[in-house]
Design a protein around this ligand. Structure first.
Ligand code: HEM
Length: 481
């Protein structure tokens, strides 16, 4: 046992040395009470609260639980999370993707980056990372994103003018949802969808419905994965709805990819030089099959909409609640950029408060409160020898640890301005985009869309409280404020 502790890969801090060493003695909820917590008391909708409750009040920073046959070790400590993620091999495995895989097998579809595993995943990741993972790769999308932001601002003016008081935007998350979808589609499909128009095209409406179904089915889809197959004949709805929403999402991506194929073909037929962005590159380079392109476009669009829109909603909500912060953000923009300049990604480094605002928003409201990994080897974590298997990393809980973030409950974007350990990719207290080779591939795209939109919204509406945002409905999913 001590030999393991001394092993270079598994060196751990003394404070984690266990009172008891065996996995059997690791604390955790009883199987039955855990099932009641998740399936009866809506635990899938309160994952963030359960993390905090279990780690701070009940069991400590490392605890075990059973979901039916599945054994899970949950980790709610910055250094232990770091240890697990740093021990990852070349193809880290995401946990609980079986239902996604099953749908794809059923329909003869390929897996995309989120659902693929092993060498298949590595191949796709290697292709996509070259195009969208570095800030300079996504800088070229500034112009397209700015066009979408112009439409967003117009839309806000329209919505306000339709209100009695001329100021209120009643469902701001719906607005940002459409902005995020339009923004990410501009980048992925190289075409506009019309989400921010007064009359949204029919195909786009259908797609928004499929996406909304997928998101509103969020918990159900978790059940779809968690409910054993033999129970499906008795509880058929979750699986049926899960398949229905995937059908809608794949169908929409396929339409856009097929349109691009036709465009390219007609340009080639006319002897024109074919130029374009990500999708054009993927189709021309043939590094991925067309089925793989369908799957990746589908999964990236799915991953890139509500993540970005909820973050934007929370950021504006926090600004509205903290006028003093809003004032300093506004002054920074006006002083460092001027009032009339349309910002591009090159301007963002001149605006540290905007960057701090995004990081602080994601610390307080990380869209994904936790993440799962199937560890590939046995590890000694927190003094316990944990056999390879499912680990759940509790990012929400570590984000609210005083030890990691003094005055953790307070909204303080300026905490990210300090150039010390705080603002580093390996600040494992808050890693809203994950860490390492399996981290979010859309991180730079999301940052671009969010930074540029916040700058422009702030410039256009320097006093967000008078934008008067009603968020209650949108945020029901996150529990109360
Ligand atoms: C604020 C916005 C976003 C947040 C907070 C976010 C967060 C995350 C997180 C936590 C993961 C899991 C990482 C891991 O397992 O270590 C992830 C994966 C992923 N995200 Fe994002 N994401 C955002 C926006 C986007 C956008 C805009 C796109 C697409 C353009 C995207 C595409 C993906 C994909 C494809 C994966 C799977 C990567 C892989 O397994 O290789 N995300 N994201």
């Amino acid at each position: 046992y001590h030999h393991l502790l001394m092993n270079e890969k598994t060196v751990i801090h003394e404070r984690f040395l266990p009172k008891q060493g065996s996995l059997q003695e690791m604390p955790g909820p009883k199987t039955l009470s855990n099932l009641v917590e998740f399936f009866w008391k809506d635990g899938f909708g309160r994952i963030h609260e359960i993390q905090v409750q279990f780690s701070q009040n009940n069991y400590g920073k490392i605890f075990k639980s059973h979901f039916g046959p599945q054994f899970v070790v949950s980790i709610a400590d910055r250094d232990m999370v770091a240890q697990v993620l740093r021990a990852e091999g070349r193809t880290p495995q995401r946990a609980n993707m079986e239902s996604w895989q099953e749908y794809r097998d059923l329909r003869g579809r390929a897996t995309g980056l989120i659902s693929a595993e092993g060498e298949q995943w590595l191949k796709m990741r290697s292709v996509l990372r070259q195009k969208i993972l570095k800030p300079k790769d996504v800088a070229v999308f500034s112009e397209g994103v700015n066009e979408v932001i112009t439409d967003l601002i117009k839309r806000i003016h329209t919505l306000r003018s339709q209100e009695e008081d001329g100021e209120t935007v009643t469902n701001v998350n719906n607005l940002f949802f459409k902005y995020s979808m339009e923004g990410v589609a501009t980048i992925l499909y190289e075409s506009r969808l019309g989400c921010l128009e007064n009359n949204i095209p029919e195909k786009t409406v259908e797609y928004i419905e499929a996406l909304e179904l997928m998101f509103s089915m969020f918990k159900t889809t978790m059940y779809a994965g968690a409910i054993p197959k033999w129970l499906r004949p008795f509880i058929p709805k979750p699986w049926r709805e899960f398949c229905r929403s995937w059908d809608g999402l794949f169908k929409f991506s396929q339409i856009h990819v097929d349109n691009k194929i036709k465009d390219i073909q007609s340009q080639l037929d006319q002897g024109e030089e074919v130029k374009g962005g990500l999708l054009t590159y993927l189709l021309l380079s043939k590094e991925l099959t067309v089925e793989e392109i369908y799957a990746n476009m589908t999964e990236m669009l799915l991953a890139g909409v509500d993540t970005t829109s909820f973050t934007l909603s929370w950021a504006t909500y926090l600004l509205a609640k903290h006028p003093e912060v809003q004032q300093s953000v506004y002054e920074e923009i006006v002083n460092n950029l001027g009032k009339d300049q349309v910002p591009t990604s090159d301007d963002v480094p001149k605006l540290p408060m905007i960057r701090g605002l995004l990081k602080e928003t994601l610390r307080l409201f990380p869209v994904l409160p936790g993440n799962g990994r199937v560890t590939q080897e046995d590890l000694v974590v927190g003094g316990y020898l944990i056999p390879k298997g499912v680990s759940s990393l509790c990012h929400y809980a570590t984000s609210y640890e005083e030890e990691n973030f003094p005055m953790a409950n307070d909204f303080r974007p300026e905490r990210w301005l300090r150039k010390d350990n705080m603002d580093r990719v390996d600040n494992f207290g808050s890693i809203p985009f994950g860490y390492g080779i399996r981290s979010c591939i859309g991180k730079r795209i999301a940052e671009l869309e969010i930074h540029l939109a916040l700058i422009q919204v702030e410039k256009a509406f320097p006093s967000i409280p008078t934008l008067c945002i009603h968020l209650q409905e949108s945020f029901k999913r996150f529990g109360s404020d």
